[in-house]
Design a protein around this ligand. Structure first.
Ligand code: NI
Length: 166
């Protein structure tokens, strides 16, 4: 399993709701957490490892004592608070970061890794942004879809050069 990067079409494809929280899904979740920590990143969606399932994992303080990975299955997000511009990057968008307009708060409802209902009220800005970014992923949306077409065009040009050089 490896991290898919733009312009891989799987990143543009909305993921399917999870029907069974079974052993296979537990395996996927464990793999995603491992890949997220190894990257390292603070969040990962299943599309990013090639699985079109509505699963996200996150940990804002990887490696910190007491910090545990969060898991949400079939997350539904409700945005709140104010709009804010913050710099974002993504494990699937090579060598780029840009300011993205997000909301300062979010409430996310879904299932935990055991299939039990879970609601996360994200009043912490970083968590709120992380959850918006990851739920975007399972809807087939990347942060570069939320910047101006001019900026996105410049990035695409630069990426072409980077990929040619490989
Ligand atoms: Ni991302």
């Amino acid at each position: 399993m490896e991290i898919r990067t733009y312009p891989d079409p799987i990143l543009k494809t909305p993921a399917e709701p999870v029907k069974n929280v079974d052993g296979q899904l537990q395996g996927l979740i464990d793999d995603m957490i491992e890949i997220m920590y190894a990257a390292p990143g603070i969040g990962l969606a299943a599309n990013q490892v090639g699985e079109l399932k509505r699963v996200i994992v996150f940990d804002l303080e990887p490696g910190e004592a007491g910090s545990k990975p969060g898991v949400l299955i079939n997350p539904e997000i409700v945005l709140g608070g104010d709009e804010i511009l913050r710099e974002e990057a993504c494990l699937s968008v090579v060598d780029y970061s840009a300011e993205v307009a997000r909301k300062t708060e979010a409430i996310v409802k879904g299932l935990d890794r055991h299939g039990n209902p879970l609601t996360i009220e994200a009043k912490d800005l970083l968590l709120a942004i992380c959850l918006q970014h990851e739920t975007d992923h399972i809807n087939g949306v990347l942060f570069i879809d939320r910047i101006s077409s001019l900026k996105r065009g410049l990035y695409k040009k630069r990426l072409k050069k980077i990929l040619k050089g490989k």
